[in-house]
Design a protein around this ligand. Structure first.
Ligand code: AMP
Ligand code: MG
Length: 322
């Protein structure tokens, strides 16, 4: 039988209710500044298992653990080397996830049996309040079905997770609209596992570090899978405005609306602002899904700064398999 989720607007009262549910081993969907997360207590294996069931997520795919204070990192990570501390000082709270050696107390289900744990301190006040009220770190991947588009509104969670969480907290549209940037620290070096809402060149410049691209041989983050972050529709990348109109298809342009006719046409940012484009991309994908559109033409954005993460999501959405 399908389980209907309670759906409520964020308030001090609903945050308390949400924290109570988490304390009892339940699952709550909540907004962060990146996308909506599907959260459970990070130290409760049974609760974390429910996340996998709701998302239909394979157990080899580890979860990101969210904290509300930098000091909480020490209950998850075995060591906090000075180089890592510097990154947390510079970029937390914010959309940066760090993969570090885990403490034994972090359940295997959360880390998919790896000896590392992914940790992030979000900047969204709602997430911070919820973690604080719960009193423990919250394990939360994005609140979508496995390999599909991440939700940037509470309604996206409701529409996708039919066998849903105990509660969905509605905090409006997320600010960034793209998942966090994932960096792994190993033997003194930093590796970039996923481009995300915090541009990698900004990290390199501000922290004066080099981010190494790992060889693709081993998938260490499902965000590295060729097909991920995908709408149900076929996604076709177009260069310039070459396509003929198609009254059954959608066209998502970067800056300028196409002249030809489509069932749905939108610009990611008329000003050419990459932040605005990032915040809109998944929202537009969700809108076309709601309209049951089967084909989406999409333009890539300039490949610099945040544009790298946006293009990464567009390419994966358009990938055929794998
Ligand atoms: P999501 O929050 O849904 O974007 O998914 C979390 C992402 O973090 C996934 O792509 C995971 O593979 C990645 N991740 C979490 N923990 C680890 C880890 N220990 N090593 C590598 N990647 C991780
Ligand atoms: Mg995800």
């Amino acid at each position: 039988m399908k389980k209907k989720s309670n759906f409520i607007k964020v308030s001090n009262k609903s945050l308390k209710t949400a924290a109570k549910i988490l304390k009892k081993g339940g699952v709550v969907a909540f907004p962060t500044e990146t996308v909506y997360g599907l959260g459970a207590c990070a130290f409760d294996s049974k609760a974390a298992a429910k996340i996998f069931k709701i998302k239909k997520r394979p157990f080899f795919d580890p979860l990101i653990v969210h904290i509300c204070d930098k000091s909480q990192l020490s209950i998850l990570s075995l060591e906090i080397p000075p180089k890592v501390k510097r990154l947390t000082d510079l970029f937390w709270p914010g959309p940066l996830t760090l993969i570090l050696k885990k403490k034994e107390s972090v359940p295997d289900i959360v880390t998919a049996g790896l000896n590392t744990v992914a940790v992030r301190m979000p900047s969204c006040q709602i997430s911070l309040k919820l973690i604080k009220e719960a009193g423990f770190p919250i394990a939360a991947p994005s609140a979508n079905l496995f390999s599909r588009i991440s939700p940037v509104r509470a309604s996206h969670v409701k529409n996708q997770l039919k066998n849903g969480p105990d509660l969905i907290l509605d905090g409006g549209k997320t600010l960034k609209g793209l998942e966090s940037t994932i960096i792994k620290f190993e033997k003194g070096k930093f590796y970039i596992l996923r481009e995300g809402a915090l541009p990698s060149d900004k990290i390199e410049k501000k922290a004066k570090i080099k981010l190494i691209k790992p060889k693709q041989a081993k998938i260490t983050a499902p965000g590295m899978l060729k097909k991920h972050y995908s709408p149900k529709a076929e996604v076709i990348i177009v260069k310039g405005e070459k396509e003929a109109g198609d009254l059954r298809a959608a066209y998502i342009a970067f800056k300028k609306l196409p002249l030809k006719n489509f069932k749905y046409k939108k610009v990611l940012s008329s000003k050419g602002c990459l932040e605005e484009a990032a915040a809109n991309l998944f929202d537009f994908f969700h809108e076309t899904e709601k309209m049951k559109i089967k084909k989406i033409y999409v333009e890539k954005v300039p490949h610099k700064g945040l544009g790298k993460a946006i293009n990464d999501r567009i390419i994966r959405a358009a990938a055929k398999e794998g």
